[in-house]
Design a protein around this ligand. Sequence first.
Ligand SMILES: Nc1ncnc2c1ncn2[C@@H]1O[C@H](COP(=O)(O)OP(=O)(O)OP(=O)(O)O)[C@@H](O)[C@H]1O
Ligand SMILES: Nc1ccn([C@@H]2O[C@H](COP(=O)(O)O)[C@@H](O)[C@H]2O)c(=O)n1
Length: 237
Amino acid sequence: MSDTVETAARTAPAAVIVGIDGPSGTGKSSTSKAVAAKLGMRYLDTGAQYRAITWWMLSNGIDVDDAAAVADAAGKPEIVSGTDPSAPTIAVDGADASGPIRTQQVTAAVSAVSAVPEVRTRLTELQRAIAAGAPEGIVVEGRDVGTTVLPDADVKIYLTASPEARAARRSGELKGKEAADLAATQAALVKRDAADSGRKTSPLAKAADAVEVDTTELTLEQVIECLVTLVEEKRSA
Ligand SMILES: Nc1ncnc2c1ncn2[C@@H]1O[C@H](COP(=O)(O)OP(=O)(O)OP(=O)(O)O)[C@@H](O)[C@H]1O
Ligand SMILES: Nc1ccn([C@@H]2O[C@H](COP(=O)(O)O)[C@@H](O)[C@H]2O)c(=O)n1
């Protein structure tokens, strides 16, 4: 081995796998993307994949409350995630789905679809394959990354925040668009969390070895800094 190659091998940061879970609106996407971008890692939004399959079900006339029908169709759509943290993408059957998956209709239906075991099996396999194919390391965010998808992840984070803070953040996003009032936003968040935590298969839960970070009183920048420090400690260990 030449000196240059030897030095590069010694100084290259370890490719770590980071799992970030937590309830809706706690800041998983914003912080995961920023941490991955800062550290030169890939980024995977598993929620976008559940939204994508939900959008496909709705677009193809599948009754999302009919678990058997959803299970039968679970293998049909092709879901492709792009993992560049500065421009993550999601495509269904070759078409960009990044806009349609964020509609209220999809948000209202996604918990019913994500509760179906056949859907979870399909997407969990896809998520593991994407993580295994990321030599730079990857930040994967969702609801069951630390408990089920990547139980051997090097760093596990569980983000929380009060329902009031989460609703205020979300209402800020909606301002001028849908003018959702704070109470309705909070009720919708709490309802989705209850469904996601209460399902039988792989519910939203904190892994026993996850570090819990309450972001209620923290700015986005403070959360990013905290997570970058945790990942860097692991990479240099
Ligand atoms: N610590 C913070 N302080 C203030 N605003 C924040 C903080 N973290 C995130 N936000 C803002 O809150 C909103 C929700 O954040 P984000 O989409 O990252 O949450 P999430 O956990 O991924 O939500 P979901 O699970 O519903 O996709 C965004 O507008 C984001 O900019
Ligand atoms: N690992 C995951 C990730 C997401 N879900 C389901 O998808 C919904 C949408 O997630 P967002 O992060 O985009 O809000 C979420 O409410 C869950 O129903 C999941 O089950 N597992």
